[in-house]
Design a protein around this ligand. Structure first.
Ligand SMILES: Cc1cc2nc3c(=O)[nH]c(=O)nc-3n(C[C@H](O)[C@H](O)[C@H](O)COP(=O)(O)OP(=O)(O)OC[C@H]3O[C@@H](n4cnc5c(N)ncnc54)[C@H](O)[C@@H]3O)c2cc1C
Length: 579
């Protein structure tokens, strides 16, 4: 048996090419890391098998927020919330329960979520509340405008010693700043309000101050993955990198382990208490994507921002074993410009005044400022995949166009208004003196587009959107331009020249997968648990159905069900050992 203190490649094999643990965890994203910690704390010996040479998956690359209703950090700050509010809210956002989003699974999420946060804090994970980051539907029953999201603190990665380079690159690195996800949206408005300026100044001081001190600050998902990794290593939990699981092993109808290729050699890894699949979605598998989406929301995953390792072979193995699946055509959509423009102010434009999305008929079709998942679904439902982003010159002048700040001396690049001319010269963005001319350049009907803009502008000037309610929720206003009145999410598209570019249904991961029960056990087509098999995260059909209730919903989904799975395995082990 491999010893609990080992975390390198030094474990002792059972037989040639065979290893045994209590729990085999496939994938080192949020679900895998938290499950390993919960299993270890419950006295089990887990192993994490990660196919890449880095830890963290999409969780590590992400904003790293967790959306947990009624969490202890809210309580500490005196923010009112309750289990019942969370329940009402899920009901209002998701609608009637179905199998993956059953009442029992919603309850399990709501009950275990706050417990998991307390557990992680006790284990040493340092979190902050994303104060004021509202739920995505804060104006629905049970919604919270104060916000239910938390994230890891800026954390010095040097504490990982030799494991520091083994954490996957995160969001903050793309920006070039040690910025938290709660702060990031203020960077675009640093010249608009004093509050935004002060937040941005704090971020810049933190970044360069820490560099002067020789620190390597991890933020966002990298902080979460880095901190959890450090805690696991301190507890001697093995994290096997370069270990690609390709099949599940069953004996007498029970899943007893996995087959993997570890550092080039085949290995059978047994899990006496079970196997947890936390290998993410299949966003990076074009064939699977097309197979499951062709009839409804066709997408080949080429515009996915998800972890390159999420290629679906583990999901395929579970399906081959008889696991039932749901929502296989669904994704955590992220409306995105072409890749070369990603990360620029075009990504946040739909939240800012003086911008709209239109479909091929030149008509608006959605509240552009709502959840990215809702907007992505609306793109498909309205023949708008891709759609057009239309904005005016006042928007161009108001925001910075370089979001990456590698060195302080490059600071001039962030002065608002400097949209690279090359983007126009290359034809990636169209520009015209009038809306009608812009329509001709983009192939839209000039009269239809002009009518759409006129209608939008009438409401926008007054800060209202009678057609789609943009700017009504605290969430819409939070991500808008804090310096814009009367509504931070709404302003007329009125100041020539005008600009247009295609926006595609990109994503940050798929949302469909195996159907699980409230204990994270994978179900077969007769709705019976497949003995020994558990799943969490994007491997499983989401507890939130086809919706996305708040910032950090996905990482909450994977971590909470990873936690639940580990505790269920521990409870089963205790039962088995009882006299
Ligand atoms: C840029 C970006 C920002 C985001 N921001 C947020 C946010 O702030 N909050 C939020 O909730 N969500 C966010 N998301 C989405 C979220 O990160 C993911 O949906 C979530 O982290 C998925 O977690 P997971 O545990 O299911 O999978 P992952 O975190 O992707 O982990 C899966 C792991 O399994 C490994 N794996 C895959 N196949 C195998 C195999 N065969 N053998 C062994 N290992 C395997 C993968 O390499 C990967 O490391 C963001 C995503 C991105 C890309």
């Amino acid at each position: 048996m491999a010893e609990a203190s080992e975390f390198s490649s030094a474990s002792r094999p059972m037989a040639d090419g065979e290893e045994i643990f209590d729990v085999v965890i496939v994938g080192s994203g949020g679900g895998g890391l938290v499950a390993a910690l919960a299993a270890r704390a419950a006295g089990l010996q887990p192993v994490i098998c990660e196919k890449q040479r880095v830890i963290g998956g999409s969780t590590g690359m992400s904003g790293g927020m967790l959306w947990i209703p009624d969490n202890p950090l809210m309580k500490a700050d005196g923010i009112k919330d309750s289990y019942q509010d969370g329940r009402d809210y899920l009901r209002a956002v998701i609608g009637d329960p179905d199998e993956p989003s059953s009442a029992a699974r919603r309850d399990a999420f709501l009950v275990s979520g706050p417990q998991m946060i307390s557990f992680l804090q006790e284990q040493g994970l340092r979190l902050v509340r994303c104060a004021g980051y509202p739920d995505y539907y804060d104006n629905y029953p049970g919604g919270s405008a104060a916000g239910r999201s938390v994230e890891g603190i800026p954390w010095d990665g040097r504490q990982l010693g030799p494991w520091r380079p083994r954490i996957i690159g995160g969001l903050g690195e793309g920006v070039g700043l040690a910025v938290t996800t709660g702060e990031i949206h203020t960077l675009n408005s640093f010249t608009h309000t004093l509050a935004s300026f002060l937040t941005t100044a704090r971020v810049v001081l933190r970044t360069y101050g820490s560099r002067l001190r020789g620190q390597d600050l991890f933020t966002n998902g990298k902080s979460l993955a880095g901190q959890l990794t450090k805690i696991l290593l301190d507890r001697g939990v093995p994290i096997w990198l370069d270990t690609a699981v390709d099949d599940l092993v069953t004996e007498n109808g029970r899943v007893v382990g996995v087959r993997a290729v570890r550092e080039g050699r085949p290995v059978l890894i047994r899990g006496r208490r079970g196997v947890l699949l936390a290998a993410g979605g299949y966003e990076r598998n074009p064939e699977m994507r097309l197979k499951y989406t062709a009839a409804t929301q066709p997408n080949d995953g080429q515009r996915s921002w998800g972890n390159p390792g999420n290629t679906g072979e583990v999901l395929a193995a579970a399906i081959a074993l008889g696991a039932k699946t749901e929502y296989m055509d669904e994704a955590i959509w992220l409306p995105s410009p072409r890749a070369e423009l990603g990360g620029s102010s075009l990504t946040i434009a739909r939240n800012y005044p003086r911008t709209i999305f239109v479909n091929n008929r030149g008509q608006r079709f959605v509240n552009e400022s709502n959840s990215y998942v809702e907007v992505g679904r609306a793109m498909y439902a309205n023949e708008a995949a891709p759609c057009w982003l239309i904005f005016d010159d006042a928007y161009r002048r108001s925001v910075p166009w370089v979001n990456h700040l590698p060195r302080l001396r490059d600071i001039a690049a962030v002065i608002p208004g400097r949209m690279p001319r090359q983007w126009l010269a290359d034809g990636w963005i169209k520009r015209a003196a009038t809306i009608e001319e812009l329509a001709r350049l983009t192939g839209l009907d000039p009269r239809a587009l002009a009518a759409t803009v006129r209608r939008f502008n009438r409401g926008a000037v007054a800060g209202t959107d009678p057609d789609f309610g943009r700017g009504d929720s605290a969430y819409n206003r939070h991500l808008g331009d804090p310096g814009h009145r009367p509504n931070p999410a709404l302003g007329p598209v009125a100041d020539p020249p005008f600009y247009a570019l295609p926006i595609y249904p990109g994503d940050v991961g798929t949302m469909g997968g195996v159907v699980c029960d409230a204990r994270a056990r994978v179900l077969d087509h007769d709705r019976q648990p497949i003995p020994g098999l558990y799943a969490a995260g994007n491997m499983a059909a989401s507890v939130f159905g086809r919706t996305y209730p708040g910032a950090g919903a996905s990482i909450a989904n994977t971590t909470v069900f990873g936690y639940i799975a580990a505790r269920h395995m521990a409870a089963s082990a205790r039962e088995a050992a009882a006299p």
